[in-house]
Design a binder for this molecule. Structure first.
Ligand SMILES: [Zn+2]
Length: 308
């Protein structure tokens, strides 16, 4: 079994048809991305655009190879990067990075795709509207279906290295939430007032679970990964009308940890907690399967809490 330790490159310059950075500029950007957990805010973006004399769309596409450096791909060795350009609640543009994650010796269906990783990063960190997503490679069918669950699915642009598309061009005659009678979507969930009865819960874990997008199973659930030196990482459950492309809360949290440039092993991880909704639990089994891919991790704590 492999422990997911990987090394983000440190000494190469990022140069492509969109942007040209020096070795020092690239190193500084890598360290900024690590400290900001895979997010560039509007000030960062404005500064970089001014410094490099490029538009923010050229910057978006030019940075995609940097996103792919965060891939953990022990099976395919195929490193995919994606960056979501989205507006936050103040209508400011932010870039949210994502990369694929694979798990050794586990079913291939458990992997996290780069597009899911970037969308998850945006979703967990307060993005309100996706404008564009730039990807290093064409999105697979699974990712096209995952993106079809987004409230902005019809509008946003998908930027591939050589061509731009709308999702409808890549996924005609699609199946989506409305086919299951669900009028809501990821980034536009059904409003609800419910809270967990157990008042002793970690507050951020509880709120992350309550923000889950779970129109099909109703299992409001989240995962918290506590690290020894780099704080806590939270992930939330994002379901999909086609079911299979749903992103589990553990995958969501792990993807956040990897996009911050951390390794997932016993020297990094202090504890792992899964919170689920009593009566709707469906995540403990898949979480243990994913964790079985790693050695010597702390046992996952699983909490079922009642909603009121
Ligand atoms: Zn994919």
């Amino acid at each position: 079994m492999a422990s997911a330790t990987f090394t983000v490159q440190q000494d190469t310059a990022l140069t492509n048809s969109h942007i040209t950075l020096s070795v020092a500029q690239t190193a500084s950007l890598r360290s900024q991305l690590k400290s900001q957990r895979g997010i560039l805010n509007s000030n960062n973006i404005k500064q970089l655009c001014a410094q490099l004399n490029v538009s923010d769309d050229a910057l978006l596409q030019g940075l995609v190879p940097l996103a792919s450096e965060y891939a953990v791909a022990p099976i395919s060795d195929f490193h995919v990067g994606a960056i979501v350009k989205a507006l936050d609640e103040n209508d400011e543009v932010n870039f949210y990075f994502g990369a694929n994650v694979e798990f050794d010796h586990q079913a291939l269906s458990l992997v996290v795709h780069a597009e899911q990783s970037a969308i998850n990063n945006a979703w967990l960190n307060g993005a309100k509207k996706i404008v564009k997503i730039a990807i290093s490679d064409a999105p697979c069918g699974y990712c096209r279906q995952f993106m079809n669950e987004l409230s902005d699915a019809k509008e946003f642009d998908i930027l591939l290295p050589e061509q731009h598309f709308k999702l409808a061009e890549l996924l005609p005659h699609s199946f989506g939430p409305t086919d299951l009678g669900n009028a809501f979507s990821l980034f536009n969930p059904e409003p609800h007032q419910q809270v967990f009865v157990n008042a002793q819960l970690d507050e951020k874990l509880a709120s992350t679970a309550l923000n889950a997008y779970v129109p099909y199973s109703k299992n409001f659930s989240a995962v918290k990964i506590s690290t020894f030196e780099n704080g806590d990482f939270y992930g939330s459950y994002a379901e999909n009308a086609a079911y299979s492309p749903s992103l589990s809360p553990l995958q969501s949290a792990l993807s956040q940890l990897f996009i911050a440039g951390l390794s997932f092993n016993e020297s990094t991880v202090k504890s792992i907690t899964l919170l689920e909704t009593a009566g709707h639990e469906n995540q403990a089994g898949v979480a243990r399967a994913v964790l079985a891919s790693f050695n010597n991790l702390p046992a996952i704590e699983v909490i079922s809490a009642q909603l009121k």
